[in-house]
Design a protein around this ligand. Structure first.
Ligand code: DGY
Length: 328
């Protein structure tokens, strides 16, 4: 008897850890091995004939891609965010879409807090100063920064990562405000947080940290009007998605000295062009979208993405599915 035909799966980049080895024992696997993502036209060719796709946030999974992949029946994104995927189009084709929540929460919160501290205490500037041979004496006025303890942190979004950042902030003696569609009285009681309206958050926060997914409601959540309403000298930390901030307005506010600084793990676009005006500003700290990038967490994300994909290929509900209505 002929062996059963194994599903064909495309993975759009090499992933860390053991997950792809495990996947390879269940499916006929094709991994895009290049450092850069497959160019769009190449991706559309690669998905022809595949049953499953493990995608990254650099791959657009939309109508044209689905049209190019008539046999596709499972999509699994190696990220908690899935704004790169047209979920409605997938649902219309009855394709489950998986993502990787939870496993990256603490790692991402660590990094958001690292950015906050690095920006407030000018860590990158200090390192560049020493490396440039400028350290000639101890000085009472050298590289003065802002205190973190006693400052007010405004969280935009109180999901898993926002909550994990709130815990860190409380440990550092910060006052924490938040805006969210849903009140979280149990967290308010446990962590001493206060839910406020947008105007209050903007007016009272020394640091604003963004923790919302990118969608039509959150695009340019921090726009020109909001930046103008922020406390003078306040700082912005963005580990969510670049377009949650109106980047042109941010550059303007920073250049005019209205804001104290910005720490960005995500930009609009990504990668940030090397001639971006952001890179000319000293009070800006930029990282290449690495908040979840620890060895352990990236391995767990890969493993979770494989679990989601295998479940969908077997007709089961993926453990983490963003269109669960397909299994209702
Ligand atoms: C995500 O998971 O959405 C992050 O942006 C990358 O880990």
């Amino acid at each position: 008897m002929a062996p059963p035909v194994r599903p064909r799966v495309l993975v759009t980049r090499q992933l860390p850890g053991e997950a792809l080895g495990r996947l390879g024992s269940h499916v006929e696997l094709r991994v895009w091995e290049e450092e850069l993502p497959p160019p769009r036209e190449t991706l559309l060719e690669l998905v022809r004939g595949v049953d499953g796709l493990i995608s990254l946030l650099t791959d657009r999974v939309d109508g044209p891609l689905l049209a190019a992949a008539p046999s596709l029946r499972a999509v699994s994104n190696v990220a908690v965010g899935y704004d790169n995927i047209d979920v409605s189009a997938c649902t219309a084709r009855r394709i489950p879409v998986g993502n990787t929540p939870g496993v990256l929460t603490e790692t991402s919160a660590d990094f958001a807090f690292a950015l906050l501290m690095g920006l407030a205490r000018r860590v990158a500037e200090a390192d560049a100063y020493v490396r440039a041979g400028q350290w000639r004496t101890w000085s009472p006025t050298l590289l003065l920064g802002s205190d973190i303890h006693g400052a007010t942190l405004g969280l935009v979004g109180l999901g898993q990562i926002g909550t994990a950042v709130a815990r860190r902030a409380r440990g550092f003696g910060m006052r924490v405000l938040y805006v969210s569609r849903h009140a979280r009285p149990e967290l308010e009681a446990e962590l001493g947080l206060r839910r406020v309206d947008k105007a209050t958050l903007l007016a009272e926060s020394d640091f604003i940290s963004l923790h919302v997914p990118l969608n039509a409601e959150t695009r340019h959540w921090l726009g020109r009007a909001e930046l103008a309403a922020m406390k003078p000298g306040a700082m912005v930390i963005n580990t969510a998605r670049g377009p949650v901030v109106d980047q042109a307005a941010l550059v303007e506010a920073l250049s005019q000295g209205k804001l104290g600084g910005a720490a960005l793990d995500v930009t609009d676009p990504e990668p940030l062009p090397v001639d971006s005006p952001l890179l000319k500003l000293p009070n800006v700290l930029i990282a290449p979208h690495i908040a979840s990038a620890s060895h352990a967490t990236r391995g767990r994300m890969a493993s979770m993405a494989v679990d989601n994909l295998l479940a969908a290929l077997e007709g089961r509900r993926p453990p983490h599915c963003v269109n669960p209505e397909l299994f209702a």
